[in-house]
Design a protein around this ligand. Structure first.
Ligand SMILES: [Zn+2]
Ligand SMILES: [Zn+2]
Length: 330
């Protein structure tokens, strides 16, 4: 089969790879229709993710058609997070915290390929009239829905009454802004240092857009901040911009540089929440939100053939991509 293989730092190659052998019991083989390029795939490409060791087929935001077993022929959305299903966290519905969790495209082969093997229990039904490219946004949108959901538990007022800031106008940031807007939040700000991404964000009405390098909203003015970058500089900005008693939801993993102002967070009783992936409930809510049009037209997604995947990685790497999300089609 054809696959896009991460072979080393800043290198992905479209080449022939062995087709996955007959799926084991409980697993299914999928014909991939579409798979989105994620910030975490870029992190691997930059050689910064110790968990993703080349050679590896990346990609986990997948939609495809089942090739074997009772659901053969069904088009499905993949929950790429594989968990044991038996531990306390899994039973409590928090499979994102399972100690045995695995993600396809991390250690297991991913979906930037014609086929992938996943457990049958990781298939989510896709509404028949759902567009496959939009459906491939289910996973990143679930991350954003999860961010807002966990923040809502500790916010002191409804999201609709909050002044919110999203740091980073990549897919997770953009989808977080859309989730906030869908919940009635009218005061959404979004900062990104990339001019092309700011332009897309402005054109699509993702909120009040600004360049953190040249301008910044007033310090201490946001009830909720979603840091979809996760860098020392974004943590520094979030620490400064959050309002007393406010919430910072940390959803990015860009670097581990210092930046969080724990003194201010303590003195102003700010809640800081780490955000990892999503639960199955978030994935189902994500399908519903995308399919029901709650996140808008989603016409800012760019599609490219998987064969041109190397150019997609290169364009995101150099900041030459205007689209918050590129979806690759085998
Ligand atoms: Zn992703
Ligand atoms: Zn578990």
């Amino acid at each position: 089969m054809k696959a896009l293989v991460y072979t080393g730092t800043e290198e992905v190659i479209y080449r022939d790879e062995p087709k996955p052998s007959d799926p084991a019991d409980g697993d299914v083989l999928l014909d991939i229709d579409a798979c989105g390029l994620c910030g975490s795939d870029m992190h691997a490409y930059h050689g910064l993710d110790a968990r993703r060791v080349p050679p590896l087929i990346l990609g986990h935001e997948a939609v495809g058609v089942v090739q074997n077993g009772p659901r053969s022929g069904e088009r499905v959305i993949v929950n790429p997070l594989i968990s044991c299903g038996k531990c306390m966290d899994c039973i409590a519905g928090r499979s994102n915290l399972c100690a045995d969790r695995e993600l396809i495209g991390m250690r297991l082969a991913g979906a930037f390929a014609e086929h992938v093997v996943v457990p049958e229990s990781n298939l989510l039904p896709m509404p028949e009239d759902m567009d496959i490219v939009k459906a491939s946004l289910t996973e990143p949108a679930a991350v954003s829905l999860h961010s807002v959901a966990i923040a809502e538990r500790v916010l002191h007022r409804p999201v609709s009454e909050c002044r919110a800031l999203v740091i980073g106008a990549g897919a997770i940031g953009v989808l977080a802004a859309l989730v906030l807007q869908s919940k009635g939040c009218k005061d959404v700000y979004m900062g990104d240092t990339n001019a092309l991404r700011r332009q897309t964000a402005e054109q699509n009405g993702f909120g009040h857009i600004y360049d953190p390098l040249t301008a910044e909203p007033a310090a201490g003015s946001f009830d909720l901040i979603i840091d979809a970058v996760g860098a020392g500089r974004s943590r520094e900005a979030a620490s400064r911009l959050v309002r007393p008693g406010g919430v910072i939801c940390h959803a990015g993993l860009q670097d581990e540089n210092p930046g969080l102002d724990t003194r201010r967070l303590t003195l102003q009783e700010v809640t800081f929440i780490g955000n990892y992936c999503y639960t199955v409930v978030d994935l189902m809510a994500s399908i519903d939100a995308i399919h029901g049009g709650k996140l808008g037209k989603l016409d800012w997604i760019e599609q490219r053939p998987l064969a041109d995947g190397a150019s997609a990685f290169a364009d995101v790497h150099t900041g030459n991509s205007q689209a918050p999300k590129i979806v690759l089609l085998p």
